[in-house]
Design a binder for this molecule. Structure first.
Ligand code: ASP
Ligand code: MG
Length: 419
């Protein structure tokens, strides 16, 4: 049994949906397929949620209508014989959201966000499943919210592993007795009160990895629009090349430093069961892509990650005393409360330097909370460069014309914060 994950770009158009069907048609194995929302649907749904929460119900409905149109049009081009049934399925999801959009918000934003945003994945999978049926590719559509039980930490929900594993045994395994192909959603789940939840942006990779783990899959394949994992973002580095083999360790480090390869949470579930992870291009299914396993790979090219829009915060003691454990641990508590993950930290005698993504609401709250303990200074618009397997020559080349604000290195990784 294998697990496949197709991201938003792979279900973005009529042709791309047909392309998925072509990939699946030639398979003989049992496959569980995890799908994201079409293209930029999640972003569009976020706008719907925001308008709704501001009390702009009309605007929310108008924005949602645009999303509806896109999906209905896509379906129209793909499904004719089963059109009526397929349209009804979409309509049911539309109605669920529209009911809500007529209401007034009485709970917190994150709750509504999840109730609205989750529909993106339900729609894309419903369309794909109907199209496969039309093409006589037998498949079973499943609502992952019946399977993935989570807590109610909306927008960043944590999976209840035990319950979810039990549901996989109760629903997914019998499902495979009916069909070799199961189509389901990434990114979403539900609480024990049947409220929809989401697992954090780009969370579909993680869903797929959890399925692979619990199903003891023989492999997980993440299908993308690039050849495989690259050593840098080709939009930023012209000489970026793709890497045929990597270890889980390397990928987890890359993801940690911000490489947009795979969601950072994806690796642990597959690593724990030693499940090979392929990253392949859905436009060239025959090419081998990148294979990620436990095997350590020698002689990797330097791996470069650039993070723009960084903020450097300097927390200094207010009275020139050393920065001791107490204020430091309080600072970490504030990070946890605000769900802030610093990208780089360094302490000196009387101050702590901390680099993070520029999320203005969070920075503001952080600066305010920390000002009770420290004198806080801040600088914006910085760039954080991380290089794994660096050479001094490469560091010099990539930092020329820049002022280095902060630098940290280990034997295999260097991080440079630049102005
Ligand atoms: N559709 C969700 C997002 O855009 C989840 C995913 O694509 O993995 O974040
Ligand atoms: Mg996506």
């Amino acid at each position: 049994m294998k697990v496949y994950k197709f991201g938003g770009a792979s279900v973005n158009s009529i042709d791309r949906i047909k392309n998925i069907a072509n990939i699946l048609r030639s398979e003989n194995d049992k496959i569980l397929v995890v799908i994201s929302a079409m293209g930029k649907t999640t972003n569009a749904l976020e706008k719907v949620a925001e308008a709704f929460y501001k009390g702009e119900n009309e605007e929310a409905l108008r924005l949602f209508d645009l999303i509806k149109q896109t999906h209905v049009n896509t379906l129209k081009y793909l499904v004719t014989r089963g059109w009526k049934k397929a349209t009804e399925e979409l309509a049911n999801f539309f109605t669920e959201v529209e009911w809500l959009l007529h209401d007034k918000a009485v709970r917190d934003f994150n709750y509504y966000y999840d109730q609205i945003v989750c529909v993106g994945e339900l729609l894309s999978t419903s369309i794909l499943s109907s199209f496969l049926q039309e093409e006589k590719i037998t498949n079973k559509w499943m609502d992952v919210r019946d399977i993935f039980r989570t807590d109610d930490n909306f927008r960043d929900a944590a999976i209840d592993w035990k319950f979810t594993e039990q549901r996989i045994n109760e629903l997914v395994l019998p499902g495979f007795e009916q069909s070799n192909l199961i189509i389901t959603q990434g990114f979403i789940g539900a609480t024990d009160e049947n409220e929809s939840t989401t697992l954090g942006r780009e969370g579909s990779d993680y869903t797929a990895a959890v399925f692979a783990n619990m199903l003891d899959a023989s492999s997980l394949t993440i299908w993308k629009d690039v050849e495989g994992v690259m050593n840098a973002d080709p939009k930023e580095f012209k000489d970026a090349t793709y890497i045929p083999a990597l270890s889980y360790d390397e990928v987890i480090e890359m993801a940690y430093y911000g490489a947009q390869v795979i969601h950072p949470k994806t690796i642990k579930p597959v690593e724990n069961k030693n499940i090979p992870l392929y990253v392949k291009c859905f436009l060239q299914p025959e090419s081998s892509g990148t294979l990620i396993t436990r095997t350590h790979v020698h002689d990797l090219p330097p791996i470069k990650v650039l993070k723009q829009a960084q903020v450097l915060l300097k927390f200094s003691s207010t009275d020139f005393s050393f920065v001791g454990e107490k204020p430091v641990s309080r600072l970490y508590e504030i990070f946890a409360e605000l769900k802030i993950k610093p990208n780089l930290m360094q302490s000196t005698a009387i101050s702590i330097l901390c680099c993070m993504d520029d999320v203005p609401e969070k920075i503001e709250k952080l600066a305010l909370a920390a000002s009770a303990l420290f004198d806080v200074q801040l600088e914006k618009k910085l760039t954080l460069l991380t290089i794994r397997h660096y050479t001094p020559g490469l560091v010099t080349e990539l930092t020329k014309d820049k002022t280095i604000v902060l630098e940290q290195k280990t034997e295999d990784t260097i991080q440079v914060l630049m102005r």
